[in-house]
Design a protein around this ligand. Structure first.
Ligand SMILES: *Cc1c(COP(=O)(O)O)cnc(C)c1O
Length: 362
């Protein structure tokens, strides 16, 4: 069997080395005679591992002391509720930037918990290109409790690289599909959150990075398991955390550190994305209509100009070991998700296949 490359948007592939290590210690972790998942989250050995994972993430992202790192349940969508519950005091409003499907869903969920101001920043140029209104043109409310946005729209393949200037209003970012893919300045954010299953580990774990001064203002009705202050006071162990996912995330953090950290992986990510976009742009067989500066480096949607070839393309790709390339049902076409764990060899194999497919079917 040829090597399998999994382009799924999430849950996504994990680094091979990490999976190998997890397999090797699956039923006997650190000579405990037990699997990590069978141990108490309050055991000394588990707590040490959990603390190390947090320390490694702090190092990777250069997270300052005045931020808490929380290991939560509930995924990205859990945070769609937790953010307004924790940050939207009564009488206040929040700005929600909408540039794709996930930011739209976040805004819709937030409406259940307070007064939301939806700001649509997506636009289409006369030439048909999809673009984004420049961040300094966004009509932000200076009195908002916070501004929420999604720097990388997983479904649409749209990325906003420049961190918006909010003039002191806390900036909240859904980084589910971009966290750890390139360096960011954490101090520009009030809250960063990410479901783990794209760029961190298996599903079931959500990372929340929250600035200290934003704790303690949760709405009365906030469930305790969604309350940032409660999580922070209890080292994310107020209830049983997703212990195995936390462990695997810790292995991924170690893997990333050994590779040279976020700066090193960002270079590889840039090279992977360029390789694929160049292949698309150099052909008149494939198409991506997002303006260059807003193209995602993690999720790359593309369309065959002749859509009647879609099923053949997908079937032949799978025969070559190129899996899960079907685009999201909302946008159709194809999508290659190429997170940190995807080696450049995987993208090269995809590009080789695309060029061969074009030659045969043109
Ligand atoms: C996948 C994804 C989500 C949803 O995550 P769940 O863990 O399934 O709730 C939210 N936001 C973004 C940007 C995503 O990519």
């Amino acid at each position: 069997m040829s090597e399998i490359f999994n382009f799924c948007a999430g849950p996504a592939m994990l680094p091979k080395a990490v999976m190998g290590q997890a397999q090797a210690e699956f039923i006997n972790w650190n000579n405990t005679g037990s699997s990590v998942m069978e141990l108490s989250h309050r055991s000394e050995i588990y707590m040490a591992m959990a603390a190390q994972a947090e320390a490694d993430l702090r190092e990777l992202m250069a997270i300052p002391e005045n931020y808490k790192v929380l290991f939560c349940h509930g995924g990205g969508r859990g945070q769609f509720s937790a953010v307004p519950l924790n940050l939207l005091a009564s009488g206040k409003t929040a700005d929600y930037i909408v540039n794709g499907s996930w930011s739209k869903a976040a805004a819709a969920e937030a409406e259940n918990f307070g007064d939301i101001n939806v700001i649509n920043v997506r636009e289409t140029h006369a030439n048909g290109e999809t673009s984004i209104v420049a961040a300094n043109q966004w009509p932000l409310n200076p009195d908002a409790a916070y501004v929420h946005y999604c720097p990388n729209e997983t479904v649409d393949g749209i990325e906003i690289n420049d961190i918006p200037e909010t003039h002191g209003v806390p900036l909240v970012a859904d980084m589910s599909s971009t966290i750890l893919s390139h360096e960011i300045d954490v101090t520009k954010f009030g809250v960063i959150y990410a479901g783990a299953q794209k760029n961190i580990g298996p599903s079931g774990l959500t990372i929340v990075i929250v600035r200290d001064d934003l704790l303690g203002n949760a709405q009365q009705a906030t469930p305790c398991i969604m309350n940032y202050q409660t999580a922070a006071n209890n080292d994310s162990m107020y209830n049983t955390p997703p212990t195995y996912a936390w462990y695997l995330a810790g292995l991924v953090f170690k893997w990333l550190k050994a590779l040279g950290g976020v700066k090193a992986i960002a270079k590889i990510n840039q090279a992977k994305a360029e390789l694929l976009y160049q292949t698309i742009d150099n052909s008149d067989f494939y198409l991506n209509t997002i303006e260059a500066q807003y193209r995602s480096k993690m999720n790359i949607p593309f369309w065959l100009k002749d859509e009647s070839l879609n099923d053949t393309f997908l079937a032949q790709a799978e025969q070559q070991g190129l899996m899960a390339l079907k685009g999201h049902r909302i946008v159709g076409g194809m999508r290659a998700s190429i997170y940190n764990a995807m080696p450049i060899e995987g993208v090269q194999a995809l590009v080789d296949f695309m060029q061969e497919f074009e030659k045969v079917n043109k």
